[in-house]
Write a protein that binds this ligand. Structure first.
Ligand code: ISE
Length: 347
């Protein structure tokens, strides 16, 4: 049975209903309390029509601008490709509508800084923030537990984080730059999240490409990050393994080593033979479903009660810092040794 959501629900407009946007539409329609999807738009109108037809009361508009301005949209979720995020996020800020922008905030630091500045100006005028950035791993239970353990000193002095990020497949045309700004950007934010430290330098090491790397693409690649406290983070990024989605984190400390993301799955003792283990997810949607749900629910709850929408999520500033680090990583693709990260001051 389908029911029509009460009028008091936050009316969300979703820009982009490809893989991620369609997933968010389903999430809001089925699992998020206090919100409904009111309007969607997509470059492919027929895709938007198809998604809208699955949500009672949802309509389609032609453009992101129309969606952002719509009177029946209280808040906007941006799930379009990263190169459109700057303009769409700034339009939401100008319209004074809260926006949950999927990562990355932008595909370069200059564009990301434009969003930071627009938000700072709006905040100076109204006193409230507008941008939540979709680094969903911050809402993953294991991530939060590991961060707390590091902060409490449970592992002693941390020397190294070893990160792994593997995708089964990427879309055609996924370049080295996209590997950095679209995929490794998660680990860049994870460094800030786990350690609370700034990345000062990035080095990229390129092994022999795997058999599915596109012409000119370096897949897998190994990124090394150095933080301002002298810790080193390794990130193995492999986006065409043809097997499954794996995101692992190992924190190496003086008192202990902790690993998350192993996904052991259920352990069953059974008269006909016990089992342990589970399946490796095909992509990020099942792996981080709880984190995405928690992220969107926290955003809606903050809009509904008028509290700080960016209290728990990453902010536009986090998005800028990540983009500044990605710029250094992009340069490190063709440079020897560590490339320094340069970041502008916070406005
Ligand atoms: C994608 O956009 C994501 O955000 C996924 O989490 C990541 O694994 C993938 O590499 C990106 O392309």
């Amino acid at each position: 049975m389908t029911t029509t959501a009460p009028a008091s629900d936050i009316r969300v407009g979703v820009i982009g209903v490809g893989q991620m946007g369609a997933d968010h539409v389903t999430r809001i329609a089925r699992r998020i309390k206090g919100a409904r999807v009111a309007v969607v738009t997509d470059y492919f109108r027929d895709k938007a029509e198809e998604i809208a037809a699955s949500v009672p009361g949802c309509r389609v508009v032609d453009t992101p601008e129309e969606l952002i301005a719509a009177e029946d949209v209280d808040a906007v979720l941006i799930a379009s490709p990263g190169s459109f995020h700057r303009d769409q996020a700034v339009a939401c800020i100008d319209a004074r509508k809260p926006v949950l922008c999927e990562k990355p905030l932008a595909m370069n630091p200059e564009d990301a800084y434009t969003v930071v500045e627009a938000e700072a100006a709006a905040r100076a005028a109204t006193g409230v923030p507008y941008v939540s950035l979709g680094f969903m791993r911050r809402f993953d239970r294991e991530y939060a537990e590991l961060r707390d353990a590091i902060a409490a000193g449970a592992l002693g002095e941390i020397s190294l984080l070893n990160l792994k990020h593997r995708n089964a497949h990427t879309l055609p045309g996924f370049t080295d730059t996209m590997m950095v700004y679209d995929s490794a950007v998660h680990e860049v934010d994870a460094i800030h999240y786990f350690l609370g430290e700034q990345v000062t330098g990035v080095q990229v090491i390129l092994p022999v490409p795997g058999p599915r790397a596109a012409e000119g693409q370096h897949d897998p690649m190994l990124l090394l990050f150095r933080t301002d406290a002298g810790r080193i983070v390794t990130d193995e990024l492999y986006v065409n393994t043809a097997s499954g989605y794996e995101v692992r984190t190992e924190a190496v400390g003086s008192a202990g080593i902790a690993t998350i993301g192993l996904e052991h799955g259920r352990v069953t003792t059974h008269q006909e033979g016990g089992t342990w283990g589970g399946a490796i997810p095909a992509d990020f949607r099942p792996r981080f479903v709880d984190a995405y749900d928690a992220e969107v629910q926290a955003w809606i709850a903050a809009i509904a009660d008028g509290s700080n929408v960016a209290e728990r999520s990453a902010t536009s500033w986090d998005g800028y810092l990540a983009a500044a680090t990605c710029r250094a990583a992009e340069q490190a693709l063709t440079a020897e040794g560590f490339v320094a990260v340069t970041a502008r001051p916070r406005p």
